[in-house]
Design a protein. Sequence first.
Length: 273
Amino acid sequence: MEHEYIPVTSLSSGVGQTIISDIYCLCIQVVNVCFVGDPAKPQEWFLVDTGMPKSADTILSEANARFGTNSRPTAILLTHGHFDHVGAVIELAKHWDVSVFAHELEFPYLTGQTPYAEPDPTVEGGLVAKMSPIFPNEPIRVGEHLKMLPSDGSIPGIPGWRWIHTPGHAPGHVSFFRDEDRTLLAGDACITVRQDSLFKVFAQIQELSGPPRYFTTDWEAARESVKKLKDLHPSVAVTGHGFPMSGEELTSGLKRLVDEFDQIAVPDYGRYV
């Protein structure tokens, strides 16, 4: 099944940012998608995540504007299969006829087999956490385009990048890293906004945080994943929610998040704590 439109938004919705020359981040409602590639090489780009439900037209329009009319990516990469990251994946995969790569542990949620654990409205947090029961947890069926990421960390057809298993928020959550310039596409392993707070989400107030609380089911795994990301010493990070972060702000923020993970990230109470 495909998910329905979810009426949540932010002041950044529709705003795109060039992070570095070949990394373009677009906020769709409350979640980021990344177009990765040099606009001068329209046959050599890829898309990371596919936004909220009903966002395919927005992504296609942005792709055409950045890479040229009727351009198509070499692949779609998914950090995980939550509704706000796979909203347009079925339509885009069919339209472009490209492979969709995900971790094998996400396959049950992308092949119609298994729903995610239900979002937790009882978790410590703000109004977004309270309204989380409206967020779909049902699986989708990506179909024949779905491909498994290789176990060696490589990404077929995309040299220079590797994937890193960063579970906790989802069993098969992955982040993507380019060693050459230490660029990190973190997904929801860590984010730069308090995603459970309606005001902070709407205003996009920057704050390096752990994964969204209402969907995170394994906090020990989430802790280890943040440590992995810190140890990469990224120079810039694009996260699934919130503005990109770089330099000393990112370095010190990741160190603080690791050192104070229980205080910053882990809720005091909730179904999965």
